[in-house]
Design a protein around this ligand. Structure first.
Ligand SMILES: NC(=O)C1=CN([C@@H]2O[C@H](COP(=O)(O)OP(=O)(O)OC[C@H]3O[C@@H](n4cnc5c(N)ncnc54)[C@H](OP(=O)(O)O)[C@@H]3O)[C@@H](O)[C@H]2O)C=CC1
Ligand SMILES: O=C(O)[C@@H]1CCC=N1
Length: 311
């Protein structure tokens, strides 16, 4: 791990996601398993951290949740420019509808020049971030001034089980920069690179996905409760069933084959599956991802309550 040579990472708008990502990075830096054994380790790692917010409540939350890592952390209230100036790498983690205010504040462009800006904002394409910072400049001209990388983690960052998607850059990022982005995001789970055109769909599948999975988990537990299983045990069972199924699929089992293997001819599983198909569950779940993709694509417009603009 770099120490004297370490980077300063500033998280701008450090709430639920910012805290989870910082926690993952700090935890990894403290880990007894040396990062040095990892492949593609960037030459410099973050070892100083700034986290910004506005309210006292958010500041207390950041301190309370991250103090256990004993990291070199400064919580900075209502001074994003200072945090950006002090940083080598900036993680933009405010809500999408604040992005204009945050990036167009006085001094921000100068504070960001020459640096790496990683965004986790849903529905805000790289081109929009470029345009907010450097209106009128081409992508190539902006790349000479700042490196912007769009990413989409999810709430499971908190337990280091995120599925994080990284927007492929054109031209490709310099190797050290790419390795740093991958290193940071792989502290909180798995990482996949994807073409920019798929980022909103990935926001729906990966960013919103935990909420969809939670709804299905609840429904499984409800079914158990309906048939007499106590609530606490039903919740525990539903969660472990989802985890076990995940393990099988990640071990190489195709979901359709898994379903067939569980379905004994004349047995109870096929009976339950037919009831699910009657309810068009598969179509509804897929269409939830489709709907969330469309809504995600509207989030960057600056409007709040974009769901209300859809019928
Ligand atoms: N929640 C999720 O599951 C996921 C969220 N995302 C994306 O992550 C981003 C953050 O989401 P989430 O962590 O849930 O949101 P939170 O509301 O928890 O965090 C945002 C933080 O930004 C702070 N903030 C707001 N305005 C400013 C400002 N002008 N300067 C500095 N800080 C500011 C807020 O604190 P205060 O009000 O005190 O300033 C708050 O703590 C969003 O863009 C979202 O699209 C991506 C994937 C999953
Ligand atoms: O619902 C949202 O807008 C955010 C983005 C991804 C997950 N939650």
């Amino acid at each position: 791990m770099a120490s004297d040579n370490g980077l300063t990472l500033s998280v701008i708008g450090c709430g639920t996601m910012g805290i989870a990502i910082l926690g993952g990075i700090m935890d990894s830096l403290n880990s007894s398993q040396s990062s040095e054994q990892e492949q593609n380790l960037p030459p410099r790692l973050p070892n100083r951290f700034n986290a910004t917010c506005r309210s006292d409540r958010s500041a207390s939350r950041i301190k309370n949740e991250l103090q256990k890592y004993n990291a070199n952390l400064n919580v900075i209230q209502s001074d994003n420019v200072r945090a950006m100036k002090e940083a080598d790498v900036i993680l933009l983690a405010c809500k999408p509808f604040y992005v204009k205010d945050v990036l167009q504040a006085e001094g921000v462009r100068e504070a960001l020049e020459g640096k790496l800006l990683i965004s986790i904002l849903a529905g805000v394409p790289e081109a929009q971030l470029e345009d907010l910072l450097y209106p009128g400049l081409s992508h190539e001209e902006v790349r000479e001034k700042i490196t912007i990388v769009r990413t989409m983690p999810n709430t499971a960052s908190k337990v280091r089980e995120s599925m994080t998607v990284i927007n492929q850059s054109t031209p490709p990022l310099p190797t050290d920069t790419k390795n740093l982005v991958h290193w940071m995001m792989s502290r909180i789970g798995k990482v996949v690179e994807i073409e920019p055109k798929n980022m909103d769909a990935c926001t729906a599948l990966c960013g919103s996905g935990p909420a969809f999975a939670a709804l299905i988990m609840e429904a499984l537990a409800d079914g158990g409760v309906a048939m007499g299983i106590p609530r606490a045990e039903a919740n525990l069972m539903a969660a472990q069933v989802m985890r076990g199924t995940t393990g099988l699929v990640q071990d190489g089992e195709h979901p359709a084959i898994l379903r067939e293997k569980v379905s004994t001819p004349g047995g109870c599983t096929i009976g339950g599956l037919l009831a699910l198909e009657d309810g068009a569950v598969r179509s509804h779940v897929s269409r939830a991802v489709r709907e969330a993709t469309v809504v995600a694509s509207l989030l960057g417009s600056g409007a709040k309550n974009v769901n209300g603009t859809r019928h």
